[in-house]
Design a protein around this ligand. Sequence first.
Ligand SMILES: [Zn+2]
Length: 180
Amino acid sequence: MISRRSLLGAGIAGGAALTMPLPAMAAGAEWRLAIRNVHTNESVDAVFARNGDFVADGLAELNHGLRDWRTGQVFPMDRKLLGLLVQLREKLDMRGGQKIDLISGYRSPDTNAALRARGGAHTGVASQSQHMLGKATDIMIQGVSLDRLRGAALALGGGGVGYYPRDGFVHVDTGRVRHW
Ligand SMILES: [Zn+2]
């Protein structure tokens, strides 16, 4: 576990995290995410905050799980995004280690350019993608309809929500609140 002081010293990403509008944590509360990469079938299940402090090991595990799986590049994901995914879990009454299926997390500039050039599965690949900033995930959840997932994400109002029913995922980011 790392202290608030070390979070303050952790640079821009860490500093921004302290002012983010995350739900207050009850004593003894944990923020946990379980994520499965649908391309590699690799899973991560980690607690990244406990009693109001971030857990460095858990953040590292999640950053690895959300890496650009095409290039292997790991990026420090926006903690606000991780918090938003926890809120989404709660909104959908997901339990314990129930997994979020990840189609896309962090995307390196090279991967983003390649996807754009190909006009691939992510039809909304933007030149300045929130994925490249570590602020976006494309997700689906077994047993939860895409409609319901989209509705829950929209209700949270934590950023951008994109609906891709033909590709089978919802894009969730912590950029400006908007939807498409
Ligand atoms: Zn996306």
